[in-house]
Design a protein around this ligand. Structure first.
Ligand code: PEP
Ligand code: MG
Length: 563
């Protein structure tokens, strides 16, 4: 592709984590306000009226967004509450209902902000001498606790009160309201950082994401890639770019051209369209130039991510279905979500819930830990909450029965052979056809042969395997070089797993982000992996990369990289 056009505001560079190009005006997402120390109050009446003004402003803003969402279905996203529909910039068939759904959520939130009891409580605290921001904070906190105590659906809505509180407190402090913007037109979202839940809730009016922090294999980057949304992380200086500045974003190289004209922006968008069309023209199963088959599979978070052109699903990240849930998803709800995918894809590898670290699942209620990446996450949650895995395995088995699909399941963060054996026993007891283990911990790679005596396949999660091999937090932008999967130590672990697979005659795939990198994919094939699973947007480029090399050439690359 040609370079991004020259721009008046210069260039910023971060890490390109989701390929593709976009151009449009920047809108920054404000962070939730930090409550300053209480302010001495001289006029309680003025504080009480500031409280009322803040709540009215929050409700008015939400109602304005609801109207915009109804008018243009692509403008309704709100924090964790409303899910986006369709691909960025390309409204999908569900957009009208998504717009209505988003509008209804926004209107419901506005009603909470206008709740007379909430107003009365906050005003009375202000009249008793609290400043407006503290009065609002205290009233919202009280309401949140009351809702949480009621349990069920209402408890689930308690998290929405935090979002409203942040908005009201920000208004009272004279700061911009936090949360995802909804300007009513397509834009490039800029943030210091984004949570996976924020990213999952982005509306289709977001053209691209740029964050100041974040690592290449963080779950926010993964979610962006899953949606085909160009994304750049670790982009120093991006928060200084004023709202409305038109930028060009290259999610492959990590370049951001600041200050484009509308004509230049149109050129960037056209380059992107042409490149996507060129890549999408390829089809068929994954093969090297000399016909060695390599299954090309999809990484998905729900049925919405499915795209034609791949040979199945290699990683269904089931925790993405429930990121914003404060109550456990019921058995029937899980059956429906899994069955929806089984009904549309031939082979589906379902990963059981991988909660923890940057993907907290609030409904699990796990205790806070000092070092969460090394704590109770993935399969380890089973030590505290065995019912969660039992229910999920039951639901997967039931969904397979209902759809006639052959379910494959695998567990995240398997560390020992005993863990793999225990997981396999429980899955097989439910009639699940194929049981696997993810290799994300060096201990599991070192014992790949033993693991394969217990399970039918391995799937290498290079994102975590790199994190744990190099002792480098995958979300840390300053450690990206250590997380580079080209490092020989990581490649050696992958080679060990692939060799163990060949000896056992069982499949060993890669489902970490490395599988979707056109420079790395041939190398992984050269190391002996049998499938590559990636974000749907990556499939055409990987198919093209493999088709250009023989298996022997892939092996030469692997040998060169290892040495
Ligand atoms: C991985 O760790 O490589 C992986 C595929 O799992 P996740 O990115 O969801 O942790
Ligand atoms: Mg992982």
């Amino acid at each position: 592709m040609p370079d991004l056009p020259p721009s008046t505001g210069g260039r910023l560079t971060g890490l390109g984590v989701s390929q593709g190009r976009a151009a449009g005006p920047v809108i920054r997402m404000a962070a939730p306000p930090t409550l300053p120390p209480p302010r001495p109050v001289t006029d309680p009446g003025a504080e009480a009226s500031a409280v009322a003004k803040a709540l009215t402003a929050v409700a008015a803003d939400l109602n304005r967004r609801a109207t915009a969402a109804r008018r243009s279905p692509s403008t309704g996203a709100t924090g964790t509450a409303a899910a986006g529909a369709g691909e960025a910039g390309a409204p999908g068939p569900d957009d009208a209902s998504a717009g209505d759904e988003a509008a209804e959520i926004l209107e419901a939130l506005a009603m909470i902000a206008e709740d007379p009891m909430l107003l009365e409580d906050a005003e009375s605290r202000a009249r008793d001498g609290m400043d407006a921001a503290h009065a609002l904070d205290a009233a919202f906190t009280q309401h949140r606790e009351a809702l949480a105590a009621l349990g069920g659906y209402l408890a689930e809505r308690a998290a929405d009160l935090d979002d409203l509180k942040h908005r009201a407190v920000a208004f009272a402090l004279g700061l911009p309201m936090p949360g995802l913007p909804a300007p009513g037109h397509p834009y490039v979202l800029v943030a210091a950082d984004l949570s996976p839940a924020d990213t999952a809730g982005l509306g289709p009016d977001v053209l691209a994401l740029i964050t100041e922090r974040g690592g290449p294999t963080s779950h926010t980057a993964i979610l962006a890639r899953g949606r085909g949304l160009p994304a750049v992380v670790a982009c120093a200086g991006i928060m200084d770019v004023p709202d409305g500045t038109v930028v060009g974003v290259d999610g492959g190289t990590g370049e951001v051209a600041v200050g484009l004209t509308e004509e230049q922006a149109a050129v960037v968008r056209e380059d992107d369209r042409a490149e996507r069309a060129r890549l999408a023209a390829g089809s068929g199963p994954g093969r090297t130039k000399d016909g060695h088959p390599v299954k090309l599979l999809l990484n998905i978070g729900s049925a919405k991510d499915l795209r034609p052109g791949a040979e199945g699903v290699g990683l269904f990240r089931t925790e993405f279905l429930f990121l914003d849930r404060t109550t456990a998803p019921a058995f029937e709800e899980q059956v429906a979500a899994y069955a929806e995918v089984f009904a549309q894809a031939e082979t589906v590898i379902v990963r059981t819930l991988d909660a923890g670290t940057d993907k907290p699942l609030p409904f699990l209620g796990l205790p806070a830990e000092p070092n969460p990446a090394l704590g109770v996450r993935g399969l380890r949650v089973d030590r505290l909450l065995p019912d969660v895995l039992d229910t999920q395995l039951d639901a997967i088995a039931e969904a397979a029965r209902k759809t006639g699909a052959e379910a494959w399941v695998m567990a995240p963060m398997v560390t020992t052979t005993a863990e793999a054996a225990g997981f396999a026993r429980r899955a097989r007891a439910r009639g699940i056809a194929r049981v696997g283990a993810m290799v994300e911990v060096p201990a599991a790679a070192l014992r790949a042969g033993q693991l394969l005596r217990e399970v039918d396949f391995l799937s290498i999660g290079t994102n975590d395997l790199a994190q744990y091999t190099f002792a480098a937090d995958r979300q840390h932008s300053a450690l990206a070089d250590l997380l580079d999967p080209r490092q020989p130590a990581l490649l050696e672990l992958i080679a060990m797993c692939a060799e163990a697979g060949q000896e056992a005659g069982k499949p060993v795939g890669v489902c970490g982000e490395a599988a979707g990198d056109p420079l790395l994919a041939p190398l992984l094939v050269g190391l002996g992996v049998t499938s590559l699973s990636m974000a749907p947007v990556c499939v055409p480029a990987i198919r093209e990369a493999l088709a250009g090399l023989t298996l022997a050439e892939c092996r030469d690359r692997a040998m060169a990289a290892l040495s």
